[in-house]
Design a protein. Structure first.
Length: 321
């Protein structure tokens, strides 16, 4: 009987998850494994919602956003009872190993499974790019391009009306996406959880921008910094009534066709995940570090804090004069 590998997508979806599913399924089957897809994230696991993935069931999905398996947030998996049930189900399924595709919640669940003797490989997928042990998460490049394209459009209307815009970018706890969007879209400022915003300085800069003949000023505002609407109102008041508009990019950043870069990363990491299991290795998070495929123990990835690139913030400020 073929050994079974389970695969699950969990947490917020990210473009490129399908490309990982395709890589895991195709390479897994090539090596002689049976691939069990766990549907609807950890909720599906607790509900025994499984399908067998075949070479053909992953056809035509490399170019699709979302996830063929569906996903979800699952509070039950964070409870002792929920986790015990999940472990019982995984053991009953008799999986040789399990590949978990997702963000920080998936990593935390993976860590607990590992401590219960289940062979786990985590594949980092999140538009937030906030996972340690990889320079880039799957889906990040696609979200970055989506947001930059949106801001390019906002810039057109902002310039035509001589307006200031606060554009809210996704990122629950971190400003990694906001910083890169800010650089790539030529934003004047960023507001991120990692740096305390000096509002008086920002107001001064906005006023100076007008004096220097700037026809538009865009502030990339990370979701994790609170209400972008309240922030815009504050700016309006403090600038003495300058016109400030808000645009929240929202969930469009999570959808859409994955970029070629995302697809390549997803294919490489999916392939690596299966390869590691085949070599008898597990309890690892796979990633890309300095351009090379890498892996780190899941428990290490959880402990570390991803470094925010302050130098890049300086670059943004120096270039937005
Ligand atoms: O983790 C990815 C992410 O899109 C965050 O940027 C955002 O804060 C969160 O998920 C939204 O989650 P949900 O889909 O549960 O609303």
């Amino acid at each position: 009987m073929a050994k079974k590998i389970g695969v699950i997508t969990s947490g917020g979806d990210a473009p490129g998850m399908n490309a990982v599913l395709r890589a895991v399924t195709r390479y897994g089957i090539f090596l002689g494994y049976q691939i069990i897809g766990i549907r609807r994230g950890f909720k599906g696991l607790l509900d025994n919602d499984f399908i067998t993935l075949t070479l053909r069931s992953v056809s035509g999905i490399i170019n699709l956003g979302g996830t063929l398996l569906h996903t979800g947030r699952c509070s039950a998996i964070k409870t002792v009872l929920g986790m015990e049930k999940a472990i019982r189900i995984i053991k009953k399924l008799n999986l040789y190993g399990m590949i978990i595709i997702g963000g920080d919640g998936s990593l935390a669940a993976g860590d607990v499974f590992v401590r219960h003797g289940i062979r786990i490989i985590n594949v980092p997928a999140s538009i937030d790019n906030d996972i340690c042990g990889t320079d880039e998460t799957i889906g990040y490049d696609t979200a970055l391009n989506t947001a930059v394209e949106a801001i390019d459009k906002i810039r057109d209307t902002a310039t035509s009306h001589d307006r200031i815009f606060v554009v809210e970018i996704m990122g629950r706890d971190h400003g990694f996406l906001t910083l890169d969007v800010g650089i790539a879209a030529g934003c004047e400022f960023i507001v991120v959880p990692e740096i305390k915003t000096d509002i008086q300085k920002l107001i001064e800069e906005l006023r100076m921008g007008k004096e220097k003949g700037k026809t538009s000023e865009i502030i990339a505002f990370a979701e994790g910094c609170g209400s972008s609407v309240k922030f815009a109102e504050k700016i309006k008041i403090l600038t003495g009534g300058l016109e400030v508009k808000v645009s929240t990019l929202g969930y469009i950043q999570r959808g859409g066709r994955p970029t070629a870069r995302t697809r390549i990363l997803a294919s490489k990491l999916g392939h690596t995940a299966v390869n590691l299991l085949e070599q008898g290795k597990c309890n690892l998070l796979v990633g890309i570090t300095d351009g090379k495929i890498s892996s780190v123990p899941i428990c290490e990835a959880i402990k570390q804090k991803k470094k925010f690139d302050i130098e890049l913030v300086k670059v943004l400020m120096n270039l937005s004069v």
